[in-house]
Write a protein that binds this ligand. Structure first.
Ligand SMILES: [Fe+2]
Length: 556
């Protein structure tokens, strides 16, 4: 009976194949589905590096694949004790977003703790389910599918789906596909974290480079400190930062710089020695990290009371260049959490830079003072050559600076003018006393010598690099606007502004001082004569600026 047997075999094979057909078909569609999911995940991954929008798009995909009333992504806290609803999709999103649940509690908590995925289609009969969580957010829960997200075998969060739509149950296909998606999601989270960390590091390094460059290029210490503290606040992501300087005499600290919203309100506040975190860091010469000021007795609430700023946490660093305390730097309230070790290290580095800036500025001020005092000594020797010109150069300097202040000169221009005015007659050093002290009737030859003193002064200064900028003020301080001055006979705008200013002060002092052959003319007459020659000899704008400064002085 071979034929029937053969027939039976053929029939059997066909029917077996037919029986297998639905399975193959569903496997094929599941494979297609998986490929589609992978393709979508790749598209999302390529769309952005920022973790939040990335996770948001990924969760859209999750709830599309296994349609549910709610789909949440919960991330584990850094201390691994809580899970936070970071992204929530569906009708309960407003209630759930930001909510934190303890690891180990509820289904999501259990999955996070064990790393095992779980599907529950009747939560009421599941002992791991915590009814209170659902009740708290008033979200009637029927079914849950929850898978862990792992990075290098460690759980970093969970994806949880609640209440499959159309009253359906979650099945193995749902679990498989969400697990697959979860694996990719973990990689995305990890990559995005690494990217943020790298970006943060780059930001921190460039902030540091920026502040060091500023410190070495600027002597405006206030501006440097303000920049350093603003950089610290932004890069560390804090709400405020400040620098207190130590007032040795009063034994207290005062705000030198205060950034943040309460910046202006705090500037008048002083902190006594030994008080608060500032006092502690100063006294112990150590960095102080306080994660919660309400639990730290070193917190000095007076500053908050006066400024209306609410301090939560702080890093306080003593400023101690060469081991001498000069002040304290502080950064307050880490946005959205606590300061990390890296924040402390970064702030210590920035505080060191601030200390160097303060130290440099004070060294520079000392040097500048020493330099100016040396110049003043030289100048007083020039003035002393003639009893009647004693104090002349200092007075001319004072007058020149009064004009500069009226004109709103900045520090640099003011400093240059001050030096030029102090040294304007330095060329008289080589002049014979007989000519200098001669009351009147100079011969043409003697007058030529007198007229050469601005050139002599300029020539004396020329070899000194730091004096280059003041030479025009010295060389041309006897030029007149109408071109009738000396030594070059310059006119109008050709006469450098410093020289025009010194000329007004010099002429006023010459008129106002006693001479061997006459008494000083007095303020009123001297001003009248300045005004008389205003426009021909003197720049009218400068004469008026000087007169109003003189009048202001008179009122004092
Ligand atoms: Fe002169």
């Amino acid at each position: 009976m071979p034929a029937p047997k053969k027939k039976k075999t053929v029939h059997g094979a066909v029917s077996r194949r037919m029986a297998l057909m639905p399975t193959a078909k569903s496997e094929l569609s599941s494979l297609k589905m998986k490929l589609k999911v992978l393709q979508r995940v790749n598209e999302i991954a390529a769309s952005t590096f920022d973790v939040q929008p990335l996770l948001d798009r990924a969760m859209d995909l999750v709830t599309e694949i296994a349609p549910s009333e709610a789909g949440s992504l919960l991330l584990l806290s850094s201390d691994r004790t809580t899970l936070k609803f970071s992204i929530v999709k569906g009708s309960a999103s407003a209630k759930l977003e930001g909510l934190e649940i303890p690891v180990g509690q509820g289904i999501a908590g259990w999955v996070a703790k064990t790393g095992i995925p779980l599907t529950v289609n009747d939560v009421a009969s599941e002992p791991k389910w915590k009814k209170e969580i659902a009740d708290n957010v008033d979200f009637p829960t029927r079914s849950i599918l929850c898978v862990p997200l792992k990075s290098r075998a460690e759980v970093i969060g969970v994806v949880e789906l609640i209440n499959k739509l159309r009253d359906e149950d979650y099945n193995d296909d749902d679990l498989e596909i969400i697990e697959l998606l979860g694996a990719h999601l973990s990689t995305l989270i990890e990559n995005s974290r690494l990217y943020s960390e790298a970006r943060e590091k780059v930001e921190r390094i460039s902030a540091m480079a920026e502040t060091s460059a500023l410190i070495s290029s600027s002597l405006d210490v206030k501006r440097v400190l303000e920049t350093v503290m603003n950089v610290a606040k932004d890069v560390i992501d804090a709400e405020a930062s400040s620098i207190f300087l130590y007032d040795e005499e009063k034994h207290e600290f005062f705000f030198e710089i205060a950034t943040g919203d309460a910046g202006d309100a705090v500037k008048q506040i002083r902190v006594p020695w030994g008080k608060g975190m500032v006092g502690w860091a100063a006294e112990h010469m150590q960095t102080l990290l306080v994660p919660d000021v309400t639990k730290d007795p070193r917190f000095y609430s007076k500053v908050d009371e006066k400024s209306k700023f609410q301090t939560r946490n702080a890093i306080t660093v003593p400023l101690k260049p060469k081991n001498k305390l000069i002040g304290v730097a502080q950064v307050l309230n880490k946005k959205g959490g606590l300061f990390s070790r890296e924040d402390v290290e970064l702030f210590e580095t920035l505080a060191r830079q601030a200390a160097v800036a303060i130290e440099n500025a004070s060294l520079y001020t000392d040097l500048q003072e020493l330099f100016l005092n040396s110049i003043r000594t030289v100048v007083s020797l020039i003035d002393a050559k003639d009893d009647y010109t004693a104090g002349h150069s200092s007075r001319v300097t004072q007058y020149a600076l009064m004009i500069a202040d009226q004109l709103g000169y900045d520090t640099e221009n003011r400093k240059r003018l001050e030096l030029a005015a102090l040294l304007h007659d330095v060329g008289k050093i080589g002049m014979p006393d007989a000519i200098l002290k001669k009351p009147s009737g100079l011969t043409a030859e003697e007058f030529a010598i007198v007229k050469d003193h601005p050139n002599k002064g300029a020539e004396a200064l020329e070899p000194i690099k730091q004096m280059k900028a003041i030479i025009p003020g010295v060389r041309y301080h006897h030029e007149k606007l109408d071109g009738k001055g000396y030594p070059a006979g310059l006119s109008g705008d050709q006469v450098p502004m410093d020289a025009q200013i010194i000329c007004v002060g010099d002429s006023y002092d010459a008129m106002n001082s006693d001479r061997p052959y006459r008494k000083g003319l007095g303020m009123e007459e001297s001003v009248r004569r300045l005004r008389q020659d205003s426009g021909t000899q003197f720049n009218p704008k400068l004469v008026e600026a000087f007169v109003s400064a003189l009048e202001n002085e008179e009122k004092k």
